[in-house]
Design a protein around this ligand. Structure first.
Ligand code: NAD
Length: 508
């Protein structure tokens, strides 16, 4: 790992504050990043004090005055070059993501690929920030709308997608003409430093103004500064529902805009008409991939009673074949949880499942012995539960899969929807009527609803996000870019008189 840190110019003690051109002295607390893979320290990052933060915001405000004047396709050209630089650094950055966060190497590379994909998307978008034209009711008038940048986009990100979430926001925000300040998760600051280095080089080569790409490393307090800061018109926050409620309230109180991407409680309905081989792959990858630490991880399986015994038996068999261990070893399917606190939350959830009446088809537990010294490796487990159990209604960010039975599709859809969260959902069925019912307005209430694909992961081309306690925000593809811009309606009078709207007369 040392060679990778060196390649990104990351030292053993280093400032976590940058304006995209200069690294600034940091006066906040030290954040020590420790790998969950082997419990080894990666680097100590110096975080921002309130004063440091204010200094960065001032630089970003100045940068916006210039950056908003660059033509959008020119901004897109800069993002294109970031995509090229990410391709060059894919292997190094992917490994670093895997090492600092603990996801498998393939998923680390996959995360960087997502960043490359969003760059490509944003480049095209930079020529398509379209507004509508409307017909005026008045003769000699023209009406149209245009989209303008907002200013500073504050990005608060979670540990589990330590770099991709930032890129979904930043690449779109940049082509839209905004400047960004990123507050990465305090659990994964080093991958953020690496991204900053990659962008820095591209920006320097293109004389992008200082302050377009800012990094402010810090804990919850730094996120709170952003949420309360009137100078930041848009705060995009990804993380727990607890965090989203706090950020949403603080930004709402000042009538700013927030874009919230919060927790999920994702279910797959496995119908009697499902292809069970495909369902097995979707369910197992969804539940154990990233050790259950994806917002789209499969938490619940709602299985038709006629295939329940057969399918759960196959699940148990599949779990027995999982390899748990160092995520950098491609032989392993499941890496560690992010830290000991996550392990405690996992153990506590298992206890609660038992107390609330659940039974385990596959038992959980913490692994120990050679290779598991960090204490963060846990066994993926499966429990039989009722959907109404309090613990099932909550998102536990760990590989605990809940299974339950249903009789009718209406009952299955009601169970799928009967949780506070609304991110991702899926049905496995070869029956067209069932699929369409699931996708209808009376079907899944989630932001993402799939047929014959699991809940986990998504392509960047679609708008990503969810309803209810997932926060309602949409990022990435489709028209998600509109969240980063302000709409302006323009009416132009090219006639020789000034007729008022709705035929009102005002004679002078
Ligand atoms: P977290 O809420 O603990 O932290 C996320 C970020 O918010 C961190 O940068 C943290 O410093 C900051 N933060 C925490 N409290 C804050 C506050 N009061 N004000 C401002 N900032 C605050 O989440 P985590 O443990 O890093 O990530 C896991 C969670 O993220 C899960 O719930 C997961 O479902 C969710 N997530 C959602 C999506 C999505 O797109 N819907 C994507 C990834 C992760």
């Amino acid at each position: 790992m040392e060679d990778i840190l060196k390649a990104f110019g990351i030292t053993t003690e280093q400032s976590g504050i940058s304006t995209g051109k200069n690294w600034l002295p940091a006066h906040g607390a030290d954040i020590t990043s420790v790998s969950p893979v082997n419990n080894k320290k990666i680097t100590t990052v110096k975080s921002a004090s309130r004063e440091d933060y204010d200094g960065v915001v001032a630089v970003a405000q100045e940068a916006f005055k210039e950056w908003r004047l660059w033509p959008a396709p020119k901004r897109g050209e800069i993002v294109r070059q970031i995509g090229v630089a990410l391709r060059e650094h894919k292997e190094q950055l992917g490994k670093l993501v895997s090492y600092e966060m603990g996801k498998s190497l393939q998923e680390g590379y996959g995360e960087v690929q997502e960043m490359i994909d969003i760059c490509d998307f944003a480049v095209g978008l930079s020529r398509q920030l379209h507004g509508l034209t409307m017909h005026s009711e008045r003769p000699g008038h023209r009406m149209y709308e245009q989209w303008h940048p907002l200013g500073i986009t504050g990005i608060i990100s979670a540990f589990n997608f330590p770099v991709a979430v930032w890129s979904w926001n930043a690449m779109l925000a940049w082509v839209c003409g905004n400047v960004c300040i990123w507050k990465p998760s305090e659990k994964t600051p080093v991958t953020a430093l690496a991204c900053q280095r990659i962008v820095e080089a591209v920006f320097a080569a293109n004389h992008v103004p200082e302050g377009v790409c800012c990094l402010v490393t810090g804990g919850r307090d730094a996120g709170e500064w952003m949420a309360h800061d009137k100078r930041i018109p848009l705060v995009s926050a990804t993380g727990s529902t607890r965090m989203g409620k706090a950020v949403g309230a603080a930004v709402g109180e000042r009538l700013g805009r927030s874009l919230l991407e919060l927790g999920g409680n994702n279910a797959i309905i496995i119908s009697q008409d499902a292809d069970l081989d495909m369902s097995l792959i979707g369910a197992v990858f969804g539940a154990v991939g990233t050790a259950g630490q994806r917002c789209t991880s499969t938490r619940r399986l709602i299985i038709h009673e006629s295939v329940y015994d057969n399918f759960t038996a196959r699940l148990v068999k599949a779990y027995a074949q999982l390899h748990i261990g160092n995520p950098l070893d491609q032989h392993n399917h499941v890496g560690p949880l992010i830290d000991k606190a996550a392990v405690d939350a996992y153990l506590s959830s298992i206890e609660q499942v038992k107390q609330q009446g659940g039974t385990f088809l596959v038992e959980g537990g913490v692994l120990s012995g050679p290779g598991y010294e960090s204490g963060c490796y846990v066994k993926p487990c499966i429990a039989t539960v009722e959907n109404v159990y309090d613990i099932v209604q909550h998102e536990t960010f760990a590989p605990i899969l809940y299974v339950m039975k249903y009789k009718t599709l209406a009952e299955a859809i009601a169970m799928q929807n009967d949780v506070p969260q609304g991110l991702s959902s899926a049905i496995m069925t070869l029956n067209l009527r069932e699929a369409e019912q699931f996708l209808s307005q009376a079907g899944s209430d989630c932001g993402i609803a799939n047929v014959n694909i699991g809940t986990s992961g998504a392509e960047i081309g679609g708008a990503f996000g969810g309803e209810k306690e997932t926060g309602g925000g949409r990022e990435s593809g489709s028209d998600a870019w509109r969240a980063y811009m302000r709409r302006q309606t323009n009416t132009i009078n090219y006639s020789n008189s000034l007729p008022l709207a709705q035929g009102i007369k005002f004679d002078l």
